[in-house]
Design a protein around this ligand. Structure first.
Ligand SMILES: Cc1cc2nc3c(=O)[nH]c(=O)nc-3n(C[C@H](O)[C@H](O)[C@H](O)COP(=O)(O)O)c2cc1C
Length: 83
């Protein structure tokens, strides 16, 4: 999270990913077996959305749907939504 926030502060874009081939990643970067690979984060400069194919362009321009704060943050007791 702090990496993502700092990248954003520097004007960079990030994309967290859990859906990747961990075995291929381990092999390509010689990651030792005692290191658990959980997620990766791509960091880069914002591109020109008009260069994307249609499906990705629509996804990029679509309004973002987020969980409500109360689904993630609780107040006073577990499962008591933060207002
Ligand atoms: C740990 C973690 C793993 C994620 N894995 C994927 C993934 O494999 N593929 C993907 O498209 N988005 C994945 N996401 C979601 C994206 O990184 C991103 O947050 C989401 O697409 C929302 O993008 P937006 O801020 O442009 O709406 C993951 C997010 C987190 C925090």
């Amino acid at each position: 999270m702090t990496l993502v926030l700092q990248a954003h502060a520097l004007g960079l874009a990030t994309h967290q990913m859990g859906g990747f081939d961990r075995d291929a990643f381990r092999q390509a970067f010689s990651i030792p077996e005692d290191v658990q690979i959980i997620a990766m984060i791509a960091i880069g400069h914002h591109g020109d959305a008009s260069q994307l194919d249609e499906a990705l362009r629509e996804r990029e321009a679509a309004p973002r749907a987020r969980r409500t704060l109360g689904e993630t943050a609780f107040e006073g007791a577990w499962n008591k939504a933060f207002e």
